[in-house]
Design a protein around this ligand. Structure first.
Ligand code: PLP
Length: 220
């Protein structure tokens, strides 16, 4: 007779194991529970188990789901992991504690203005189009230094790089490349790794893993 383990406990155990193998401290890796599309009732059990860091990808959805949860759990940390339209920059600055999708000059401008207006510095990740894919968001690899410079000039605190590797290809080389780019640009944080590959990402230096399905099940 063993206690049933929750998806959160299972995921935590997998993260701990990957950290041990990689000879990293567990507290070097932040688990972002990606709750997009899942209702408040699915999120509450994780909060009750003590988890506080969550990821969402839509401003409107956050406005609907999170005010009451934030009221109940004041130390919640919300990360924006989805593409952001420039006209939603003020909303994003108001609603999120961290933004992972800074990826183009127009958004740098909009977020810089929004942060100044709100008097709130929101840490950002520069999203990199690591697989050089036409259809994907993210700044081209060759433009990373210039984008970082622009962000600094706009007063945006950039803490690291983020990427989503191409679908259905071994992700490890892309994680290694993101780690190298972060090192070259003297950035501390690497947001990489999802349900199917977060252990690999941790082995290759991830500081933030974005895990949805393994915690909440399929998004349907
Ligand atoms: C949805 C999403 C995730 C989570 O993906 P899972 O495979 O469900 O873990 C991570 N990162 C981004 C950018 C996402 O949009």
């Amino acid at each position: 007779m063993s206690d049933p383990t929750t998806p959160l406990e299972e995921t935590e155990a997998r993260i701990a194991r990957a950290c041990t193998i990689a000879q990293r401290d567990r507290d070097e890796v932040t688990l972002i529970a990606v709750s997009k599309t899942h209702p408040v009732e699915a999120i509450e059990p994780l909060l009750e188990q003590g988890h506080r860091v969550f990821g969402e990808n839509r401003v409107q959805e956050v406005k609907e789901k999170w005010p009451a949860l934030r009221e109940a759990y004041s130390d919640v940390e919300l990360h924006l992991i989805g593409q952001l339209q420039s006209n939603k920059a003020e909303d994003a600055v108001a609603l999120f504690d961290c933004i992972h999708s800074l990826d183009r000059p127009s958004l740098v401008k909009a977020l810089g203005k929004a942060m100044e207006k709100a008097g709130k510095q929101v840490p950002c990740f520069l999203q990199v189009n690591i697989g050089d894919e036409d259809q994907k968001g993210g700044c081209p690899i060759g433009e990373v230094p210039a984008m970082l410079e622009r962000a600094r000039e706009a007063g945006i605190p950039v803490v690291g790089l983020m990427s989503i590797p191409p679908f259905d290809i071994e992700p490890a080389p892309f994680f290694a490349l993101l780690d190298k780019l972060a090192r070259e640009n003297e950035l501390e944080a690497r947001s990489m790794g999802m349900s199917s590959d977060f252990e690999t990402a941790i082995m290759l230096g991830a500081t933030h893993v974005r895990v949805g399905t393994a915690l909440f099940g399929d998004r349907g």
